[in-house]
Write a protein that binds this ligand. Structure first.
Ligand SMILES: [Zn+2]
Ligand SMILES: [Zn+2]
Length: 502
């Protein structure tokens, strides 16, 4: 193990979020000990311990750029490169949601991120729900490009009832003296994906997922895995730390997996930061979302007994590498994909004041309504526009020049505009009088009048996007679809261009 002293200093500074268990004294076959814990027997000098360092990222969401809240992928790359040089065995992993969320990544449908992971030498990536945002063809294209496996043990094709062809259940990393098994799964997040993007697949969750992971872990052990890491695109909903009860894990992790099946769990999806130890002593880590840090665990594996001792389990915060030099890999990638991502840099116009999330979400509803009236208003009386509108990082638009790139960041989704019919009763319950704070509604005089006089059995017309229309409880029936690739951010871009935010 070759650690540089700055890392030690850094670990001391961060002792609040670093877990450092007392090292166990290791014993060689002859029963001699390694009191100094240097990995070699004090008497016969045989190799007792192999140290393996896992670095896991989750929910990067295509965030290449430096931001006021975090350094970019260029500094992160330098950190990872140094880690690889310092550690004998460094394994880079991802717990999913790597692609969607920036103009560079969206305009290349995730390929710039996959390419980055290739160049950094990632060993595996679990599939996240947002990997489905452009449908299965884009996942297949990324899988073709990736020099590492996409892992999802529990995603099945509806037509064949077979595991989808673009994912594997697990992979084995060969370290010479040791084999590391990696299993990947997506959590119970099917309903948080636009329904049309996952209509051909289903996810096995709960007891079915536990059964699959146990079977795979057993197979990996039989193949010689000395340590099994579980990459799970799901996780805790809070930023807690310390020991976690079985009850707190229950919604996404079956504690029986910690009984000899998996040795370490890297999680994602909830964008939380934590280092947790479960009741069986297995660590669970997640390092936030939108490029907020790295989960790092160092284990010492005894080559004689097979014992795995966690040496360090920590979240490496962005402050650890914010002053690092830019790694050239990011500029190389920006150059390689230049023609595809140029649109992101286009200046659209000026924003006179900072616009908060509520302002923009209401504006999107207004733009949906206006576009709907323009497209279909001659034929249909449109009651309202809008629906579920949610903004992504950073969740606001600063005053000043607006580029497409900024709009991609807050509105990365490719949901089509649709005209739908709905019964009066449902229109009232789901839209006019909704108590869902994430629904934003816009209407003209006609829609406003319906608040007073609505016939529960009458059919009305609304303009929403496919994320809202395909959500079954809304009871919407699609009547017409705007097929052009014009999404919320494009309507907003046109609004900025026309001086709407001046
Ligand atoms: Zn995410
Ligand atoms: Zn997710």
């Amino acid at each position: 193990m070759k650690k540089l002293c700055f890392l030690l200093v850094f670990c001391l500074l961060l002792s609040g979020c670093v877990t450092k268990p007392a090292p166990q004294v290791q014993t060689c076959e002859a029963g001699h000990t390694d009191e100094g814990n240097d990995g070699f027997c004090d008497v016969c000098s045989s190799l007792l311990l192999v140290f393996v360092d896992f670095y896991s990222l989750n929910d990067i969401h295509g965030k290449l750029d430096d931001a006021s809240t975090h350094p970019g992928l260029d500094e992160l790359s330098t950190y990872l490169d140094e880690a690889r040089q310092m550690d004998d065995h460094a394994i880079f992993l991802s717990a999913g949601d790597m692609w969607q969320g920036s103009s560079e990544s969206n305009l290349t449908k995730g390929q710039i991120m996959t390419d980055w992971m290739n160049r950094m030498g990632f060993a595996a990536m679990a599939l996240g729900n947002h990997e489905y945002d452009w449908g299965e063809p884009a996942i297949l294209d990324n899988q073709t490009l990736a020099q590492f496996p996409l892992l999802a043990i529990n995603v099945y094709d509806r037509a064949t009832n077979q595991q989808v062809p673009y994912c594997e259940s697990s992979t084995m990393v060969d370290l010479g003296q040791l084999q590391i098994g990696i299993i990947g799964a997506i959590g119970d997040c099917y309903s948080s994906i636009a329904a049309d993007k996952v209509e051909d697949v289903y996810f096995l969750t709960g007891a079915d997922l536990t059964r699959l992971v146990k079977k795979e872990a057993q197979a990996l052990r039989e193949e010689g895995a000395d340590c099994i890491v579980y990459l799970l695109h799901d996780g805790s909903g809070s930023n807690q730390s310390g020991t976690v009860s079985n009850g707190q894990l229950k919604s996404y992790y079956d504690i029986s997996l910690s009984d000899g099946y998996v040795d370490l769990v890297f999680e994602g999806h909830t964008h939380r930061q934590y280092v947790l130890k479960d009741s069986a002593g297995i660590y669970h880590l997640q390092s936030g979302g939108d490029n907020e840090g790295i989960s790092h665990v160092e284990v010492a594996i005894n080559t004689v007994t097979g014992n795995i001792a966690v040496q360090t389990a920590e979240l490496v915060p962005t402050s650890a590498y914010t002053d690092y030099e830019d790694h050239p890999v990011v500029d190389e990638l920006l150059e390689k994909y230049e023609s595809q991502i140029a649109l992101g840099e286009e200046a659209l116009g000026t924003n006179a004041a900072r616009r908060n999330n509520r302002y923009i979400q209401q504006l999107v509803a207004d733009l949906y309504y206006q576009a709907g009236v323009e497209l279909w208003g001659d034929t249909y009386d449109i009651a309202l526009g809008g629906g579920f509108v949610s903004l992504r990082d950073p969740g606001y638009l600063a005053a000043g020049e607006i580029t497409y790139k900024m709009l991609y960041s807050i509105l990365p989704f490719d949901n089509h505009l649709v005209l739908c019919s709905i019964k009066g009763k449902d229109l009232a319950d789901r839209f006019l009088f909704t108590n869902n704070a994430r629904y934003y509604i816009s209407y003209g005089d006609y829609g406003a009048s319906l608040k007073e006089h609505i016939d529960p059995n009458e059919i009305y017309y609304v303009v929403v996007d496919t994320y809202t229309s395909l959500y079954a409880p809304n009871r919407l029936t699609e009547v017409a679809r705007y097929e052009a690739n014009v999404f919320a951010r494009d309507l907003l871009a046109a609004h900025v261009k026309s001086g709407g935010l001046n």
